[in-house]
Design a protein around this ligand. Sequence first.
Ligand code: ATP
Ligand code: MG
Length: 405
Amino acid sequence: MTINIPRDVRDILAKLELYGHEAYVVGGCVRDALQGKQPKDWDITSSAMPKEVKRYFARTFDTGIKHGTVTVVLDHANYEVTTYRTDGVYSDMRHPDTVTFTRKLEDDLARRDFTINAMAYNPARGIVDPFGGQKDLAARLVSCVGNPRERFNEDALRMMRAARFAGQLNALIEKKTYDAIVSTAPNLCHISVERIRDEFVKIMMNSPYCLNILIDTGLINHFPMPAPLEDEARRFAREMNLSALSFDGNKLPYNLAVALAVLLRGRDRENAAWFLRKWRFDNNTVRKVSALIHWSKQGMEGGPANFRRFVAGCGKCLFKEVIAVKLLTRVVGEDKTERALREFELIIDHGDCLSIKDLKIDGHVLMSMGYVGREIGGALSKLLDAVLDDPSLNDRDKLAQILQS
Ligand code: ATP
Ligand code: MG
């Protein structure tokens, strides 16, 4: 079995070995490569100590030096080199209290979470797979390395990772591992909101049906956040149909904000925003999701003027995402969606005015006409209203006439 390793990574392995150490690519990249997928990044594990790694390469920086990780920079790409290590006791169910460097690769592989993630590869020596990762990968099974209960007691986030990998690999969770999740689920409350959120989002974005794993194992009831999410997650898992977004040459966007708006659609925008803040999402995401929830519930029927008002209201940048949410939540079907997209293209092609800043008259002109203070904003809103009804009115003279009438 050979794995095609990028040149830079091969060079790093070769250099470390030249200086008398062992070096392997390890973890996710081996798993992905064995499945014929292009790995996102190549992590390296080596018997070399961090200070040795730093000595051999011209450009490095300390990433997690306490945990033995040094980043090597080659041709503007970064590669993490981590010294073989074993983890000490996990008294907080999150992080090892201590890490100890070791000279044995097998010890390093034994600290990793799942058998499919506990394989290493070196071009000269091939795959090192002491826990049966290849077998589990072929059988599509997520199984812990070692005793699942102990492993989840060390780090409760691994339970969320198990669900995520099950989705990512289209795999099942091996029985003992699954049972251990069910009994250890309450430990999830020791993990930070952000880390749980990140795993939840990955599942939601890539394999919505795997939210069911979070529900069936009970994990979802032990998130360290106040709001119950079970019913929303269940509906999301049941109804989410990403292929609905591609039809007839159209492709509507699916992104984090769209997914969250679909998940939280049963709430009003204030409650959704409150929830997202509890989940420590950034302000941009909170604002966008709450706008999507609001606009996906507004009608766009009633003729061209109403439709323009709708597009102006949500903003043309957000329009396709709003339509995606409407379609995914079945507020509209394919027919209506297609019609709306066609009308939208027309508005864009015609360059119809959709906002005050697109008006052919601005505040300065109004001031020269004698408007002051708040009158200016009021006049601009009035003009926008008229132009949304009839786009041909967006002309300086016609707009001035409207104000004089
Ligand atoms: P992805 O494709 O999502 O990056 P990955 O397997 O590379 O998947 P990472 O979170 O990048 O996942 O971690 C890299 C490797 O580190 C994993 O393959 C696994 O061997 C190990 N690892 C990561 N997190 C844990 C954990 N919580 N417990 C034990 N081992 C872990
Ligand atoms: Mg990774």
